[in-house]
Design a protein. Structure first.
Length: 421
């Protein structure tokens, strides 16, 4: 009976059960009906930090050469508003985007006028290290409903080691910025992301405690990615998947401890996977879906007008690999970008539903295609999954989660709550 109600077995001519299964699948894949909700504007490549794991090839000088022009930004807005999604998000990235704050101001005011005339909703996020956050920027965010997203790698010694800047005060500025943003914009208007370096591996409790101290509602435990300076400075090679999974599992158990003591706090990647595992709600997260999120989930407008299928795709281009460069704001439309042979080839060749290894994998319906990662590490958008660190991490994390769901009732109840909200 259990196998029947879980749709694992069926009787002959059981039309209703098949239709129910089709409905559930349609709900899980309904992110495809809202094509390209995310538009990333790289308003400058300049940055005053010099992080060795930086995934972008930041520049320190030459404002005219590495800042996006107003003309490029307006063309990018034309493309963003032509995407079918009824609600779009415009995210400002860099370099450090606040180094080109006047352009952010212009883009936000123009996008709001267009959004009103087209009846399309628009949200804004600035991804900033907060070193340049001041009252002018905060007032602007408050009056335009702009969210902030920042980087926080843990306590001061670890964060400052990972994120050098003149004055060695990156942590001090990030923490002051988070506190001030929570005060002025509201407690849920700023989020933080961490990156795991070799120095983070035995510090997961300290890192999580730092997030708790700042009143953040969860943490996203992220490994290093094989792009930009992280490759050039060899940071990416400094630990293997096994070490990272060990770090992740210890972190997840620490987060569960915190919840058991009565404080709601999440590990966000686990929450995303659990939503895939335990519900039929669609999740738009670009790395956890097949067809892949490249182009269909997000488009990236580089400072020079080049358009990319993903943020990692533009990072590869800064290192000379244009595999995911779809076009340019001067000659392309939304339609020409999403119907380009390059994007169609990338997406169709990376589908997990029919890929070797993935199509017979027990985790397939909860996993995703990551063609840019596999191109960067194996020179092939599909990738050989037994050699893929992405695949090993997915299997490792999902195995840990299933083990908790099966064997630890109290922790399983916490995980189920993450999936339900
Ligand atoms: S865990 Fe690996 S093999 Fe399984 S679906 Fe994901 S990428 Fe494919």
């Amino acid at each position: 009976m259990k196998a029947y109600s879980a749709h694992l077995i069926t009787g002959s001519n059981q039309q209703a059960q098949r239709q129910l299964l089709a409905l559930r699948l349609r709900s899980r894949m309904s992110f495809l009906q809202q094509a390209t909700p995310l538009h990333i504007f790289v308003v400058t490549l300049r940055c005053e930090h010099s992080c060795p794991y930086c995934q972008v090839s930041r520049q320190s000088t030459d404002r005219s050469r590495f800042d996006m022009s107003e003309e490029t930004a307006m063309r990018a807005l034309d493309i963003a508003f032509a995407s079918p999604a009824p609600r779009i998000k415009i995210e400002f990235q860099g370099g450090e985007p606040l180094l080109n704050f006047p352009l952010i101001n212009t883009i936000v005011s123009t996008a709001k006028v267009r959004s009103a005339s087209l009846g399309k909703k628009v949200d804004f996020v600035i991804a900033s290290n907060l070193a340049l956050l001041d009252d002018v920027v905060l007032d602007f965010c408050k009056s335009n409903d702009v969210l902030l997203s920042t980087s926080l790698d843990g306590p001061a010694d670890l964060h400052n080691k990972n994120r050098p800047r003149p004055g060695a005060n990156s942590h001090e500025l990030a923490v002051a910025g988070i506190r001030r943003a929570k005060e002025v914009l509201g407690p849920d208007r700023i989020g933080a992301l961490m990156t795991t370096t070799e120095a983070s591996l035995d510090r997961v409790d300290d890192i999580i405690d730092q997030y708790l101290q700042l009143g953040l509602d969860g943490i996203f435990l992220r490994p290093l990615s094989p792009f930009g300076f992280a490759v050039k400075t060899k940071q990416f090679q400094k630990y293997d998947t096994g070490k990272w999974l060990d770090f992740y599992e210890r972190g997840l158990h620490r987060v569960l401890d915190i919840n058991r003591q009565g404080k709601p706090f999440r590990e966000f990647y686990a929450a995303l996977i659990l939503t895939r595992m335990l519900s039929d709600r669609p999740i738009g997260y670009v790395d956890l879906r097949s067809p892949a999120g490249a182009g269909l989930g997000a488009l990236v407008y580089n400072y020079d007008g080049g358009i990319f299928a993903s943020d990692e795709g533009r990072m590869l281009a800064e290192a000379g690999d244009n595999a995911f460069r779809l076009g340019h704001v001067d000659h392309d439309s939304y339609k020409s970008l999403v119907l380009s042979d390059k994007l169609i080839d990338t997406i169709s060749s990376s589908l997990t539903q029919c890929a070797p290894e993935c199509s017979t994998c027990v985790y397939e319906s909860h996993c995703g295609a990551d063609p840019v990662y596999h191109h960067a590490t194996q020179g092939d958008a599909l990738g050989i999954k037994p050699l893929s660190a992405f695949c090993a991490r997915q299997k490792g994390i999902m195995g840990v989660l299933l083990n908790i769901l099966e064997n630890s009732p109290e922790d399983a109840a916490i995980l189920r709550r993450w999936a339900a909200s």
